[in-house]
Design a protein around this ligand. Structure first.
Ligand code: NDP
Length: 341
């Protein structure tokens, strides 16, 4: 005789919940705390109770009302979230499963992580790696995930421990600090470039062997400079990236992650055609699922938890408007987790 299938308990659905929204009117764009209901959420097959989000440079731009990130208004910013599944119509996840989500356009094209609930696609979620917590996942966030993708890309292009110095630019920022810690933990010799000399001790504590000033790279103006870097993780762009390319060693590789210093790239083809330097683009938003899971598994395995905790601050959702200004002013060190509970 077949046993009746036990029915799952009905999930607890909130009548209303809190969200930080970017709203636009004739005076411009401003952040506003609002009370929403589930009908306000976008379409999607999976409802997630968000417990943690994080603060990235892009979130700073969105919350501060800078153009280019949010595609419509009102919108809940927050490109990262972690929490537990409430309902999943696809059956991929069970209620209570711990998940994380970065990118895929949340906090840009549709409502993101700065709210107690999010409706998303199950295919965008990554199960929380075993032994980790939502707070850990958000201390990594898009910034740490991007750093991991950059390190993986360098390795795939022959930059292995022992190949020589690896440069990290914007080193005291979120992508930069995680890249320094990941590279050092993997056995690379890391040189950190920063505009904040007062962060030298901090960068050395993450594993940097050398710390150089932010101004040194843009000063490298010739098409080919003295060969120095086996690999580069760049979160700054513009003349910093051009200087890094010109001083990368033969058959070295440069992972271009960001534009904190500008989006232009004024360079020549000489590093590419005379030294075989590879310029690798890093895109965390649309990264395919399989590579995402591989990166998260590796982050859980390789990123020293004590180092990550040292570079992380946890702040409430109510602090986000102020934090947005700070990250745009380059005053945020390491990673910021947003507690959404
Ligand atoms: P942070 O603000 O945490 O870090 C950026 C760092 O860049 C700062 O800490 C600072 O480092 C340096 N910096 C800031 N302004 C300037 C400037 N004018 N000139 C030179 N250096 C500067 O941001 P994140 O780490 O979150 O992001 C870094 C970049 O990567 C951003 O441009 C972001 O948009 C991009 N990004 C891209 C992703 C992708 O998928 N490709 C994903 C995530 C981020 P210091 O004080 O050490 O000099």
């Amino acid at each position: 005789m077949t046993q009746p299938t036990p029915s799952l308990p009905e999930p607890h659905l909130p009548e209303q919940f809190r969200a930080l929204r970017a709203v636009k009117d004739e005076t411009g764009v401003r952040p506003e705390f609002q009370t929403l209901t589930l009908t306000d959420l976008p379409e999607g097959d999976t409802l997630v109770r968000v417990t943690h989000s994080s603060l990235n440079y892009k979130d700073g731009l969105a919350v501060a009302g800078r153009p280019g990130v949010l595609k419509s208004y009102p919108m809940t910013p927050g490109i990262d979230l972690a929490g537990t599944v409430v309902q999943d119509q696809t059956g991929t996840y069970q209620p209570g499963d711990a998940v994380l989500l970065t990118g895929w356009g949340i906090g840009e094209r549709q409502d993101g992580g700065y709210a107690e609930y999010a409706r998303v696609k199950a295919g965008w979620l990554v199960p929380l790696p075993e032994g980790t917590t939502p707070q850990w996942a958000m201390s990594v966030g898009t910034a740490g995930f991007t750093a991991m993708l950059a390190v993986m890309a360098l390795e795939e292009h022959g930059v292995t421990p022992g190949s020589g110095e690896v440069l990290v630019t914007g080193a005291a920022g979120g992508v930069g600090s995680t890249a320094v810690a990941l590279l050092a933990a993997a056995g690379h010799t890391v040189t950190a470039s920063t505009g904040r000399p007062e962060e030298e001790a901090y960068l050395r504590s993450l594993g940097a062997s050398n710390v150089i000033g932010r101004e040194e790279l843009p000063a490298l103006k010739r098409p080919l400079e003295k060969e120095r870097w086996a690999g580069v993780v760049d979160s700054v762009g513009a003349d910093t990236l051009a200087g890094a390319l010109a001083s990368t060693r033969t058959h070295g590789a440069v992972a271009a992650c960001g534009l904190a210093g500008g989006s232009t790239l004024d360079t020549t083809v000489f590093p590419f055609i005379l030294r075989g330097v590879n310029l690798l683009g890093i895109d965390s938003v649309n990264c395919p699922s399989e590579r995402r899971r591989a990166a998260w598994a590796r982050l859980a395995r390789d990123l020293p938890a004590d180092k990550l905790a040292d570079v992380t601050q946890v702040r409430p959702l109510s602090d986000v408007p102020g934090l947005a200004q700070e990250i745009l002013a380059g005053q945020v060190r390491g990673r910021t987790v947003i507690d959404v509970t």
